[in-house]
Design a protein around this ligand. Structure first.
Ligand SMILES: Cc1cc2nc3c(=O)[nH]c(=O)nc-3n(C[C@H](O)[C@H](O)[C@H](O)COP(=O)(O)OP(=O)(O)OC[C@H]3O[C@@H](n4cnc5c(N)ncnc54)[C@H](O)[C@@H]3O)c2cc1C
Length: 370
């Protein structure tokens, strides 16, 4: 029997996970990457593997993703820097702490652990935080990972043929590259991250820029990924530029500090006033931070759909094209569940996310045509 051939456009975390899913089903896999594997948003992000509960769909997607990450961990190379450090969702005041209890119930309902910390317990877990914070929700099984290494690992393990090149058009089961090459495929998976709309202009995706900063190695001790509860408003609330306290301890003793969100600019320039706001916010929670030097600042683009959930599934109007795009600020976390959805699509098995619709068609007839 002829071996089926899949072409994956994009060698980021999502494309690599999808390539691995195709290979697991016995497909021959070619990945076309215009830059370097894992060098797009995958390298720009924080690599926080986090369950989030903004919507039932997001909770189901991220919970499944964490389970899939936990199954992958024993196979990861040490350079992937995976650590199950947990997340602390920090409540600044009593009102925020009150909101932590329903959040805890959501986590428990999907089988994830979550405990509420009062102000004293929070100080004991994280002595570097300012005193007087009301408490936190501790989600101990959240983790961090260095995603570019994972993307490379998945592609190597899958035996994928990674080719350098830029895809400029998708024709009927043919991928056309800028250098004139044309590749035939039984299925084309579009995993082009923030650039996917240049191939398929009907995708309702917008870039959302973020800044990150990494410090020198510092004795300022942080044990968990620390995120203020107000992050949720920043992540999904308004159209305006926003910042939120989000700090990750790196295995090296450095601190990775986020995060900002900006619709509009697609350049990689640093917005210094916005970075200042982001650091002031971080210092408000970690008073020792102004004594720590910054080593590097960079920006990256998240690719946002109108409902902040990824677009995953067969293209409703283009047979032979499968979409794996729009993962916004959760694409490292949700890449594995995205690939699992692709795998079940290939096998015809029931969706691992019953009742969750991530296809492009959810944006309505005609609405997805820009
Ligand atoms: C500041 C910031 C912080 C983040 N923090 C987190 C976090 O803590 N946790 C989390 O889960 N997520 C986080 N994210 C989101 C996460 O990084 C992205 O959702 C994820 O990397 C998307 O992966 P991807 O493979 O879709 O895209 P990418 O990594 O961008 O990969 C797409 C690849 O496709 C290639 N490509 C595009 N078009 C073509 C073409 N036409 N031909 C050939 N190749 C093409 C590109 O070169 C690129 O390498 C963060 C993002 C940012 C910006």
């Amino acid at each position: 029997m002829r071996q089926l051939h899949g072409v994956v456009v994009g060698g980021g975390m999502v494309g690599a996970a999808c390539a691995a899913a195709l290979a697991r089903q016995g497909w021959q896999v070619t990945v076309i990457e215009a830059g370097t594997v894992g060098g797009g948003s995958t390298a720009a992000g924080m690599g926080h593997l986090v369950v989030m509960d903004d919507s039932p769909a997001q909770l189901a997607l991220t919970s499944l993703s964490l389970e899939l990450w936990e199954a992958l961990v024993p196979h990861l190379p040490a350079q992937a820097d995976y650590r199950r450090c947990g997340t602390l969702w920090i409540a600044s005041d009593e009102e925020e702490l009150f909101a932590v209890h329903p959040k805890q119930q959501q986590y428990l309902s999907t089988g994830r652990q979550a405990t509420v910390l009062d102000t004293g317990e929070l100080s004991r877990h994280e002595p570097s935080l300012r005193r007087g914070l009301a408490g936190a929700l501790r989600v101990p099984d959240d983790a961090v990972v260095y995603a570019p290494v994972v993307a490379r690992f998945l592609l190597e393990r899958a035996g994928a043929d990674v080719q350098h090149g830029e895809v400029i058009a998708l024709e009927d089961r043919v991928v056309r590259l800028k250098d004139g090459r044309r590749l035939g495929a039984d299925l084309v998976v579009v995993a082009g991250g923030a650039d996917a709309s240049s191939l398929l202009s009907e995708l309702p995706l917008r870039p959302r820029k973020g800044h990150l900063l990494i410090t020198e190695r510092t004795p300022l001790k942080v044990n968990h990924q620390l995120v203020e509860l107000g992050y949720l408003k920043s992540a999904h609330g308004s159209e305006a530029d926003s910042v939120a306290f989000n700090v990750q301890p790196r295995p090296t003793g450095q601190l990775l500090i986020g995060s900002s969100r900006q619709f509009g600019p697609v350049d990689k320039q640093i917005d210094w006033p916005l970075l200042r706001r982001m650091l002031d916010r971080a210092a408000d929670f970690l008073p020792g931070l102004p004594n720590v030097s910054a080593l590097r600042v960079w920006t990256g683009l998240r690719s946002a759909s109108p409902d902040h959930l990824p677009i995953v599934g067969p293209h409703p109007d283009r047979p032979g094209i499968y979409l794996a795009v729009g993962h916004e600020g959760l694409g490292i976390t949700t890449a594995l569940a995205t690939a699992e959805l692709l795998r079940t699509y290939l096998t015809g098995e029931a969706s691992p996310l019953p009742g969750v619709s991530l296809g492009l068609e959810r944006f309505g007839a005609g609405e997805h045509h820009a």
